[in-house]
Design a protein around this ligand. Sequence first.
Ligand code: BZS
Ligand code: CA
Ligand code: CA
Ligand code: ZN
Length: 451
Amino acid sequence: MRIPLPPPLRPARGRRPRTAALLTLVVALALTLTLGAQATAAPGGSRPGAGSGAEDTRTYEVRGVSSAAQRSALALQGGVAIDAVHDHSVTITADRATVRRLERLGYLLEELPAGNPAAADGAAALSTPSAYHSYSQTMAAVNSLVSRYPDLMSSRVIGTSYEGRSIVAVKISDNVRTDENEPEILFTHNMHAREHLTTEMALYLLNEFATQYGRDARLTQLLNTREVWVIPSVNPDGKVYDQDSGVFRNWRKNRQPNSGSRYIGTDINRNFAYHWGCCGGSSGSTSSATYRGSGPESAPETRVVTNFVRGRVVGGRQQIRAHIDFHSYSELILWPYGYTYNDTAPGLDADARNAYATVGRQMAASNGYRPQQSSDLYVTDGSINDWMWGSQGIWSYTFEMYPRSSSGGGFYPPGSVIDRETARNREAVLILMDHADCMYDAIGKPALCAS
Ligand code: BZS
Ligand code: CA
Ligand code: CA
Ligand code: ZN
């Protein structure tokens, strides 16, 4: 469906807008303001929106955007949130004013069907907030597992969110109450509020570890020789805001107010302290979906994660060797760096890059995702992967889970896919756990691990 807008305009260079165009602009502005006021008064909104803190956002396909440079340029346009990347187009969320501005710049936009595309199969396919564990249901499921498997699992509160909710880490290993000298692996989930499938991924892993330990030989052996950490929700405030009103709100950031602004939230995945804000891969505007925060680690949730990870330095050595940060959607496996297009950069030499790519491809062969450096998507700065690798030396991937495109339900695929799409990553997770003792084994250079 084409959006009912005037034919694409050329950038108006010094030309006085004609009366009709001016009228359209005034009407659009009034509409935006009205919707803005409504959304402030009743943030519950009746359709997914508000991805950036702006209101009445909709989803569009932008055609003819094919290269990482073109995508990075588009991502920098205020009010644009890139949700998914395809070979020759991207899916974005934007409000009407932004759409008009993009069209004036010459972008070709096509609005995607409103609501959840998965509903096209009939109401039964529609994803509702209750199809996914809420934050409190997630915590209850974690507590139940930990109490049923006390020799294998323990949990601790590693800090609190802006609104004071517990951010919990679960440890899984043999002799779980002892800090053994075993490679540690970290899985983080739900950093972005609306990416609820990633919390399900955490619960899948915890259930799988709990029930298959002592049954599945490979998994048992891995849990006997490694210590695994799972953080099911890095962004509980965002999750609750997105889900608990009963209508999904398409929210991405945390829920921390910004001083002097009516816009809420920081993008946690632009708030980490490695080349923070360096390279045009984040926004300094509070209204943006990729607002980087007032300073590195200005979001409490970022700091909870980094304090926890820094706390895993024992005897001068970082114990966590490998990490996956689960996001959705696009079906990708991404590795650092995000801040530069270059394959290698300070701290990331050719061997490291090759180890990343080799293990990334092995994991991708198991789940059918596409493996690539994260800047092949678009440039980002202040991401968790760059910090984990650049500052802690932890091998750090991002998984962008199901679906591949918005037609599979975007951020809200039907609940019926949860089991399949979480189990789909079982093998990839085991592959990384297996490599965690020495990633350079994967490229036949184990000597690089000796230190
Ligand atoms: C998402 C997309 C994610 C982001 C892409 C990304 C991955 C950036 C790894 C940097 C590193 O939100 O799921 O834009 O944060
Ligand atoms: Ca152990
Ligand atoms: Ca240990
Ligand atoms: Zn994300």
